[in-house]
Design a protein around this ligand. Structure first.
Ligand SMILES: Cc1cc2nc3c(=O)[nH]c(=O)nc-3n(C[C@H](O)[C@H](O)[C@H](O)COP(=O)(O)OP(=O)(O)OC[C@H]3O[C@@H](n4cnc5c(N)ncnc54)[C@H](O)[C@@H]3O)c2cc1C
Length: 467
């Protein structure tokens, strides 16, 4: 425990708003590391739940889960069982899926998209591997969100979570206690020393911390995604035995298509039905196909679509990609929004700190948004373990903000750039496949090779120096 100048007289009570990946891992972290703090988790839904979709974590993030609590990493590994492991590990195998990229040859079967110079001159045809993006060694891969969340929920003791509690406002308590009064949609209130806002991209806590700044409102990224599932047997029919077992990325003009196997689940009515994580049962084949448009005027960010509409977007693509799209069950469209940079992640009157997507919602093009939630939680929970007063909380929030804001906001920016790269829009790169490869194989280094404990040491030092 660090030396502090605080008065250890108050029993601090913290309210966590939102029970997604950020809120649940933070709850587990604080219960594990901060027995002197009182923790309550408020969730607007009637139960913990997640959308039927996959989420991927790389070894750097799984290591951070282990630092928070080895049971979180174990939960991930349990849900990731059944992922195909390749040696060396690959993030994606990259192919061209858009026949407008054919530079030589008349028909799609023979169409060459790249002539690689060098000792052994190689012609790369449409749909063939152009290059692969190596991943780091260690536990990694995709899990079904609902499975992972179920495992996390098991680590939260009874009595911590309150459901159907939609936060609508936070005000300062009267009488100079410095406490926060939380106001819920059902008319009830609660009093806590501070609020940890884990309420996602549309966070109410974000609007309270940032006021009427234009960084409160999420902005449309210019990209949307068709999401759906196809049975594994169909995927094998279309892509052969090998490709469906590892992540594939098909590049094109203003669009790209990702396919990955995901462990543990079965398809029913076009959605993934969770099966117990201990069962390894791969017959899911999620497809995420990205496309571009300038604006998103609809109020809903997830809307139903039809196969015909999807095929219209991919009318210039290869038969393989078109066949994947034709076989997607109950596809829907997700509009992809992100936050503009926040000027701060915390406020002092009342004490509120933003965590996860509430602080830095990003597009998914580098697969690290949830990983950033995990990093936030590691740093914040370690700093909070040194807090015995509201003055300590302020210092902890300030140190957290200083180390987490630059890194997490860099993800938002570089993720937008990544979408442009995968869609032949990269600045100075466009559809030059060799330049694209040079960029792609290096662009994740700052995320994947990060040493989080150096950040923690820096943050702890800041906290101590301020005391
Ligand atoms: C298409 C897509 C693919 C992605 N793929 C990846 C990936 O492969 N890897 C990766 O690392 N990241 C990925 N991400 C990002 C990742 O999903 C998010 O960063 C992460 O899930 C955010 O978690 P969170 O807990 O901060 O927010 P959320 O999951 O949004 O949770 C917020 C919670 O707060 C609750 N809530 C909201 N408002 C209130 C309120 N007023 N009062 C009380 N409760 C409230 C909600 O009900 C919810 O339970 C992807 C994102 C998208 C959109």
């Amino acid at each position: 425990m660090a030396s502090t100048a605080s008065q250890p007289s108050e029993r601090l009570s913290l309210a966590i708003i939102g029970g997604g990946i950020a809120g649940l891992t933070l709850t587990i972290a604080l219960i594990t590391h901060c027995p002197s703090l009182s923790i309550t988790l408020y969730e607007s839904a009637s139960a913990f739940g997640e959308i039927g979709a996959g989420v991927g974590f790389e070894p750097v993030m799984v290591r951070t889960m282990r630092l928070i609590d080895p049971r979180i990493a174990a939960a991930f590994e349990k849900c990731a069982q059944g992922n195909t492991v390749t040696d060396p590990p690959k993030w994606f195998t990259v192919r061209v899926g858009d026949r407008r990229k054919i530079v030589d040859g008349d028909n799609v079967e023979d169409g060459v998209v790249l002539e690689k110079a060098g000792k052994e001159k190689r012609k790369v045809r449409l749909g063939e591997e152009v290059f692969s993006i190596p991943a780091r060694r260690g536990p990694r891969g995709g899990v079904h969100r609902a499975h992972f969340l179920d495992e996390l929920v098991k680590l939260v003791p009874d009595g911590i979570a309150r459901f159907r509690k939609k936060l609508v406002d936070v005000t300062e308590a009267q009488a100079g206690s410095g406490d926060a009064i939380l106001h819920f949609a059902d008319g009830s209130t609660a009093q806590h020393s501070a609020v940890l806002g884990c309420d996602g991209i549309k966070a109410r806590t974000r609007s309270i911390v940032l006021g009427d700044s234009d960084s409160v409102v999420p902005v449309f990224s210019g990209k949307y995604a068709y999401r759906g599932l196809i049975p594994m047997s169909k995927a094998v029919e279309i892509m052969g035995d090998v490709q469906p077992k590892t992540p594939q990325m098909y590049l094109g003009y203003h669009g790209h298509v990702l396919t990955f196997p995901i462990a543990n689940g079965t398809i029913m009515n076009g959605t993934i039905v969770p099966s117990p994580c201990s069962l390894v049962h791969i017959d899911l084949f999620p497809v995420v196909a990205f496309s571009s448009r300038e604006t998103w005027p609809e109020p809903n960010w997830v809307v139903k679509t039809s196969t015909a509409d999807m095929l219209e977007d991919y009318k210039h693509w290869s038969p393989t990609v078109q066949s994947i799209m034709t076989n997607m069950k109950s596809p829907d469209i997700w509009a992809l929004f992100n936050h503009r940079p926040a000027s701060t992640y915390f406020s002092t009157k009342p004490l509120i700190c933003l965590v996860g997507d509430a602080a830095h919602a990003t597009t998914p093009h580098q697969g690290a948004g949830a990983g950033m939630c995990v990093e936030d939680v590691h740093i914040l929970s370690e700093l909070l373990s040194q807090c015995h007063s509201k003055a300590d909380l302020t210092r902890a929030f300030r140190a957290y903000d200083a180390v987490r804001r630059p890194r997490s906001q860099k993800l938002v920016d570089t993720s937008r750039e990544a979408a442009m790269l995968w869609e032949f829009e990269g600045e100075g790169i466009g559809d030059d496949l060799e330049a694209l490869e040079r960029n792609a194989v290096k662009r994740m280094e700052w995320i994947w090779d990060h040493v989080i404990d150096e950040d923690l040491t820096r943050a702890r030092k800041m906290m101590e120096e301020e005391s």
